[in-house]
Design a protein around this ligand. Structure first.
Ligand code: ZN
Length: 372
């Protein structure tokens, strides 16, 4: 298995020396130096030379745009290639890329001003991500157990198994712990298989890489409990995000009404849900009649709009930055990142065909739907 060093310019001695220094420091050997002119050539090279590691001089040597960079990173990681960035401060290629590469035509400087807080979070996460709570690094850069912290980690798993609730775990923990724990940080601990001895770099898993703090059966029991909770989550109705009143252009709201009646002396009730214009109660509104049963409108919408793509607010131009930040801070794992990234790419590729709003109107006979 060989290592490939990727430069923006093979003739740039400064760039080359910087990368060589970094590799010496990190004990990485370089077999081939290459300049990226064509990504498919790199893929051929990976095959023919059996490349297992790539060291990039900077994210720019892979791509000069964050979107293209992520596409290439994902396809390399899918090939099980380990990728390093020759930077002492930000050796994680993704984390380096959100600081240096432009995306959607915006410079990263501009973005980092807008998203300063996410930036800070990401760098905090990076420190936590490098040495998980419960471990320290030995002089030879190996992870060894930090006993006091490890006891806290064990406690987190035990409290969760007793209470089956992350919120309760957080509360109980904060009563006895000097470190302040949040919902996210506790959830991150409970889902982090580093504690059973696994080491991951993106999707590459090295089992038994270090001494575990938690045993497998406890970790599995906790994962099962958390996954069950997630699948029990209430599934949101997605239509209501894009329904608007044709008459006044305001968003439709959902309301519910309960009807009561008596049958054989027994009180019965049933709830009905309605989409209504939010101006339905205002005096001089023309929208008074706009209240339609959800069941009825949903089935009409499914007939008329199934197969269309809908505008999703979350895919604004900061979304890519957000998911890369979440990946580098460990908030989402690589497979979640990949699936969100693919949804984003699909959305960008189809943005011309996307429906942003559906207008609802009603005359005496029928419901009228139109879109934009
Ligand atoms: Zn209205």
């Amino acid at each position: 298995m060989k290592s490939l060093a990727l430069l923006t310019d093979l003739n740039n001695l400064e760039e080359k020396n910087k990368l060589i220094d970094y590799c010496k420091y990190e004990n990485l050997e370089i077999d081939i130096f290459y300049q990226n002119n064509n990504f498919s050539e790199i893929k051929l090279l990976i095959n023919s030379e059996q490349i297992s590691k790539i060291i990039i001089s900077s994210p720019k040597s892979l791509d000069d745009d964050l979107l293209g960079f992520c596409k290439k990173m994902i396809s390399l990681i899918d090939l099980k290639i380990l990728i390093f960035c020759a930077s002492y401060d930000f050796p994680d290629p993704f984390q380096n890329a959100i600081r240096t590469l432009p995306y959607f035509g915006n410079s990263p400087q501009r973005i980092s001003r807008i998203k300063e807080s996410i930036n800070k979070k990401a760098s905090r996460g990076q420190v936590l991500g490098k040495i998980p709570f419960g471990y320290k690094k030995s002089s030879s850069s190996l992870f060894i157990v930090e006993q006091n912290q490890a006891d806290v980690i064990k406690k987190i798993f035990n409290i969760f198994l007793e209470n089956k609730s992350i919120n309760k775990t957080v509360n109980e923990l904060n009563e006895v712990s000097s470190k302040k724990w949040s919902y996210q940080s506790v959830k991150h601990v409970l889902q982090n298989d580093f504690y059973i001895g696994n080491y991951r770099r993106y999707n590459i898993l090295i089992p038994n890489s270090h001494e575990p703090i938690v045993n497998n059966s406890i970790f599995t029991a906790v994962s099962d409990e958390i996954n069950n909770k997630v699948s029990r989550k209430y599934k949101k109705n997605s239509w209501n995000k894009i329904l608007y009143c044709k008459l006044c252009d305001s968003k439709l709201v959902t309301t519910s009404h309960k009807n009561y009646w008596y049958s054989n002396g027994e009180r019965k009730s049933k709830s009905y849900k309605y989409y209504s214009c939010k101006n339905i109660n205002s005096k001089d509104s023309n929208c008074k009649s706009l209240s339609i049963s959800c069941e009825k409108l949903n089935s009409l919408l499914e007939q008329k709009f199934s197969g269309y793509n809908f505008f999703d607010q979350k895919y604004s131009d900061k979304y890519l930055y957000k998911i890369v930040s979440e990946l580098t801070s460990g908030k989402i794992d690589f497979s979640e990142f990949k699936s969100e990234f693919q949804k984003l790419v699909f959305y960008l590729d189809n943005s011309q065909k996307v429906i942003k709003k559906i207008f609802v109107n009603k005359d005496s006979k029928e419901i009228i739907l139109s879109s934009s």
